[in-house]
Design a protein around this ligand. Structure first.
Ligand code: HEC
Length: 197
């Protein structure tokens, strides 16, 4: 019993010491909890490995019930341009204003690190989000249906082959404020020869 208590004490001291050392490191080497620093390769790969390991096999092994037809791809593309591109970019690169300021950053989803994940794993991230990151859950209370999330997976698989024309078409589907829509209309009217610039 005494031994068990000592062991417990040792673990408690190690955990408290580790936490204190980590806080000291953040204060001195990282400008506090600033998200401006680029996550190091070690930190990013450790976090990603832990996230993959924590994904239940029942989620990982799910297969996409939606066949990869042109219609499913188109629906996924529309939904992505509307809800995902603001962070991930239409082309999936993650090079966006919001993405560049996040910690962790949205990954380049065209690369093997994302593409070799199973359909079930990608679906799980879309439906349930990713804790301690900017990736929101789109299932449940957010209101996306499973069918919509599976179509998004169909689109994510297409990202590495996305053409310049498709990317251009997506730009027209990105969210706009009423002011931006108004400006675009004025510009179009002006180009047609009516209205003031
Ligand atoms: C508010 C910003 C934001 C929005 C909106 C967003 N994401 Fe994310 N997403 C992230 C961030 C940040 C990560 C990286 C999380 C991490 O590394 O732990 C991420 C990660 C992911 C991943 C995991 C990729 C991998 O390689 O593990 C997938 C898949 C994904 N997002 C899909 C989507 C889809 C589909 C949508 C739209 C329905 C979406 N995201 C909307 C910020 C966002």
């Amino acid at each position: 019993m005494k031994l068990l208590f000592r062991l417990f004490l040792l673990v408690a001291v190690l955990v408290a010491g580790g936490a204190a050392a980590f806080i000291w490191y953040l204060r001195h080497a990282h400008a506090g909890v600033s998200a401006r620093a680029q996550p190091t390769t070690v930190e990013a790969s450790l976090a990603t490995a832990m996230r993959s390991a924590a994904t239940p096999a029942a989620v990982r092994n799910r297969t996409n019930p939606v066949p990869a037809t042109a219609a499913a791809l188109h629906e996924g593309m529309e939904h992505y341009a509307d809800h995902c591109a603001v962070c991930h970019g239409n082309n999936g690169s993650g090079q966006t204003l919001l993405g560049a300021g996040m910690y962790p950053r949205p990954p380049d989803m065209r690369l093997p690190a994302t593409q070799r994940k199973s359909d079930g794993e990608l679906f799980g991230y879309i439906e349930n989000g990713i804790r301690l990151s900017g990736m929101p859950a789109f299932g449940g209370a957010a209101g996306s249906t499973e069918d919509e999330s599976w179509k998004l997976v169909v689109f994510l698989r297409h990202l590495p082959q996305l053409s310049a024309e498709e990317e251009q078409a997506m730009e027209r589907l990105n969210p706009r404020s009423p002011m931006e829509m108004d400006e675009e209309k004025k510009e179009a009217d002006f180009l047609k020869g009516s209205g003031t610039p």
